[in-house]
Design a binder for this molecule. Structure first.
Ligand SMILES: Cc1ncc(COP(=O)(O)O)c(C=O)c1O
Length: 209
């Protein structure tokens, strides 16, 4: 937080802080929960908007609907996509009362049918997820996967860290791993397909049936 506090002192033009709650493509780097809590306090003190990108870590992937819930805080603005659509091309920006008035009404919009068709299946999916144990599944399968990976890989030369939350897990290696992706593809595991994250985020099956 100190670098942000410095910015707060020296720059009166800041209006918002924007970050991923858990960095995805950047390497599965989770914000510390106490850091997020401090950030929430700082944003409240300064009147800044706290904007948390949950495009990748939201919609159940970590075992909560949204990853910031692990820190017990609420953002003012939150973009969502990926798991929200499970393959349907849709994104959303969720905004709380502090962000009210920040958006101008769009002067052009797609035809209403174009808006409705992705919304209807997504709303149905959200309702069905509420009925299933999606969140608990993501937490328990994620833990089983994390424990299994730690058991098999921790301590191996080249494995630096296994980290993440729920089913959002990353393995940091000490060397570039392009060759491993090639070998995975040869063995029939299409890592790129999984990177696209089309499947419902918490719906993975237990790795040890
Ligand atoms: C965390 C996060 N935010 C936003 C996006 C969306 O990026 P774009 O608008 O470039 O598709 C992605 C895509 O990978 C992402 O992982």
């Amino acid at each position: 937080l100190p670098p942000l506090q410095d910015v707060a002192r020296s720059n009166p033009n800041v209006t918002a802080v924007f970050l991923e709650t858990i960095q995805g493509e950047g390497g599965i780097n989770a914000s510390r929960w106490d850091y997020l809590q401090g950030l929430r306090r700082l944003c409240d003190e300064r009147g800044w908007l706290l904007m948390l990108d949950e495009v990748q870590c939201g919609i159940g992937r970590t075992g909560k609907w949204f990853a910031h819930q692990w820190a017990g805080i609420q953002p003012d603005v939150m973009p969502l996509a990926k798991g929200l659509g499970s393959g349907v091309p849709i994104g959303a920006i969720v905004a709380g009362p502090k962000a009210r008035g920040c958006w101008a009404r769009a002067t052009t919009a797609p035809p209403s049918a174009a808006i409705r068709w992705p919304c209807a299946p997504v709303l149905k999916r959200c309702a069905s997820w509420k009925k299933t144990a999606l969140l608990a599944n993501a937490a328990s399968v994620g833990k089983a996967l994390h424990d299994g990976l730690a058991r098999e890989l921790a301590g191996l030369a080249g494995v630096k860290e296994i980290r993440g939350a729920g089913l959002m897990i990353g393995i940091e290696l000490t060397r570039p791993c392009g060759v491993l992706l090639g070998r995975a593809a040869e063995a029939g595991l299409d890592a790129q397909r999984h990177r696209r994250q089309r499947d419902p985020p918490g719906a993975a099956a237990d790795p040890q049936p």
